[in-house]
Design a protein around this ligand. Structure first.
Ligand SMILES: [Zn+2]
Length: 208
């Protein structure tokens, strides 16, 4: 398995952040479209999975602690449309609004992804069976005592990206973006067991 690091393009990054803020304090989710490529990152040529587009799914039943497909028929229509349009789904994304437990995928996240892989391979997206990339957006609303202008700020951790967005004079969001590969690890009693491995996230530093 090729555990590539991930590059999120400007537009996709903004969509991820905005869709997590939109539904706060519930979870957002959707699909990631992308392809493998070689890019120059901080002066070094690197093989990455480049996220070209993100698609927030509109028929999801969003709740505080989990997202489920509110409408399986709609999800299948979406997948069939994507297949016909020759788009390459490489995984998904979802958010964990505060109070979240760490910036990791939960057990039910991995089970949900396993089910998505099943539905997708039924529809003919076989590629995803080898590994699914999940972007996790941990988000916390912040209230500021001192009023400020709307603005934003970003910094990089070892693998994650942290982003603070001030949306109103006294309101902002503190967001951590991380990425995980969910991949078939072994088969036990004819059932595939999945492993999780974190990938580094890169974004363009100039996003205006
Ligand atoms: Zn989750």
């Amino acid at each position: 398995m090729d555990f590539r690091d991930v590059f999120i393009g400007k537009r996709s990054f903004k969509t991820l952040i905005a869709s997590a803020i939109e539904v706060y304090s519930r979870e957002t989710n959707g699909a990631l479209l992308g392809r493998n490529t070689t890019m120059n990152i901080d002066g070094v040529k690197k093989k990455v999975l480049s996220i070209k587009d993100v698609y927030p799914i509109q028929t999801e039943k969003r709740k505080r602690s989990e997202v489920s497909h509110g409408n399986i028929a709609a999800f299948e229509r979406f997948l069939r449309a994507m297949r016909s349009l020759k788009t390459n789904i490489v995984g998904g994304f979802h958010s964990h609004p505060h109070p979240y437990e760490g910036n990791v995928l939960s057990r039910s996240d991995v089970e949900f992804i396993r089910d998505e892989i099943k539905v997708m391979s039924k529809i003919g997206q076989k590629k995803i069976e080898g590994g699914w990339l999940e972007i996790l957006i941990s988000i916390r609303r912040k209230n500021y005592k001192r009023p400020g202008m709307s603005k934003w700020y970003m910094c990089s951790y070892v693998k994650k990206i942290r982003c603070k967005v001030r949306t109103q004079k006294r309101v902002g969001y503190d967001i951590i973006v991380s990425a995980y590969w969910v991949y078939p690890k072994k088969i036990k009693k004819k059932k595939t067991q999945y492993g999780v491995k974190e990938a580094a996230v890169y974004v363009p530093w100039i996003i205006e």
